[in-house]
Write a protein that binds this ligand. Structure first.
Ligand code: PGA
Length: 268
C-alpha cells in the first residue's frame, strides 16, 4: 500500500519533548499558554507533551479534562527494585502518562542506551499499558558515508525484536536525524520523505503491509513553525517530535495549527 492510497488515514500526532526543561513554575506557565490557545479546530490532531519526571504529576493535574495528552521522556523496564536513580514505566503510568519516548538519540549517545535495552523497555511499556514512541536516526558521519539506511534498519530490527503485529497499534516511530536535533538544521523535505518511506517499507517487510500502512512515523529535528507545513505535508510524515519549539506555547501551537490545516485540507 503506498502513500497516495486514498484509504490511508493516519491522524497527525504532534509531540512536545521538553527534555530537561520544566520546573513546576515553567510547567504551569507553558501548559496554561498551550491550553489557552487550544481551539476546537485542532481536535482532529493528536497532541501530547513530555515534561520531565518531576513535572508529570503537576502536568497531569493541569491537563485533566483537556484534549492534550501526557507522556514521559524515558523510563526503566523493571517495575521496582534496586535500581538507584531510575523511574519505572509503572510509576510514570501511575502519574498519568499514556506515552513514553524510548531510544531518543540523547539517551543513546549520552547515557549509552543500546537497542537491546530499548527493546526491553518497548516490550514492557506495552505490557504496562503505555504507548511507546521509538526514536531512530543516523548521525552526520553515518549519513555522509551513505549508511543511513543500514543504521536505521539495525535500530528498527533490534529495538523491535520479538514484537508482533498485535503490539503495533500501540507503537509510534520517530525518525530523528541526529545532525538535525537542536542544531537548527532540518532534513530537507526530500531527505525526510525518503527516510520515512524507507522506515515504512522496512516495517512492512518485518510486520506486514497493513501494519506499515497504519503506523505513524513522526519527524524530529529542528521542526518549527517556519518548516512545519512543508514537512508535515509529506506523504509519509505523520507528525512531529518537537524539542526546542515545544518550549514556547506560541511556537508549539503554531505547529499544531499547521497539522490541523493539513488535516482539514486532506479531509476536504
Ligand atoms: P529539536 O529536538 O526540535 O530541538 O531539534 C527534537 C528532539 O530531540 O526530539
Amino acid at each position: 500500500m503506498r502513500e497516495n492510497d486514498p484509504k490511508v488515514e493516519r491522524q497527525k500526532f504532534i509531540c512536545g519533548n521538553w527534555k530537561m526543561h520544566g520546573t513546576l513554575e515553567q510547567t504551569r506557565t507553558l501548559l496554561q499558554g498551550i491550553l489557552s490557545q487550544w481551539n476546537s479546530e485542532y481536535s482532529d490532531v493528536e497532541v501530547a507533551v513530555f515534561p520531565p519526571f518531576t513535572a508529570l504529576m503537576e502536568a497531569s493535574r493541569l491537563l485533566q479534562g483537556s484534549a492534550i495528552q501526557l507522556g514521559a521522556q524515558n523510563a526503566y523496564y523493571e517495575d521496582d527494585g534496586a535500581f538507584t536513580g531510575e523511574v519505572s514505566l509503572r510509576m510514570i503510568a501511575e502519574l498519568g502518562a499514556g506515552f513514553v519516548i524510548l531510544g531518543h538519540s540523547e539517551r543513546r549517545t549520552l547515557f549509552c542506551e543500546t537497542d537491546e535495552l530499548i527493546n526491553k523497555k518497548i516490550e514492557r511499556s506495552i505490557a504496562t499499558g503505555l504507548m511507546p514512541i521509538l526514536c531512530v536516526g543516523e548521525s552526520l558521519e553515518e549519513r555522509e558515508r551513505g549508511a543511513t539506511d543500514a543504521v536505521v534498519t539495525k535500530q528498527l530490527e533490534h529495538s523491535l525484536a520479538g514484537l508482533t503485529i498485535r503490539h503495533f497499534s500501540r507503537i509510534t516511530i520517530a525518525y530523528e536525524p541526529v545532525w538535525a536535533i537542536g542544531t537548527g538544521k532540518t532534513a530537507t523535505p526530500a531527505q525526510a520523505q525518503e527516510s520515512h518511506a524507507a522506515i515504512r517499507d522496512r516495517i512492512g517487510t518485518l510486520f506486514g503491509r497493513e501494519t506499515a500502512r497504519d503506523l505513524r512515523i513522526l519527524y524530529g529535528g529542528s521542526l518549527k513553525p517556519e518548516n512545519a507545513h512543508e514537512l508535515l505535508s509529506l506523504p509519509d510524515v505523520d507528525g512531529g517530535l518537537i524539542g526546542g519549539a515545544s518550549l514556547k506555547a506560541d511556537s508549539f501551537m503554531a505547529i499544531v495549527q499547521a497539522a490541523a490545516q493539513i488535516t482539514s485540507q486532506q479531509q476536504a
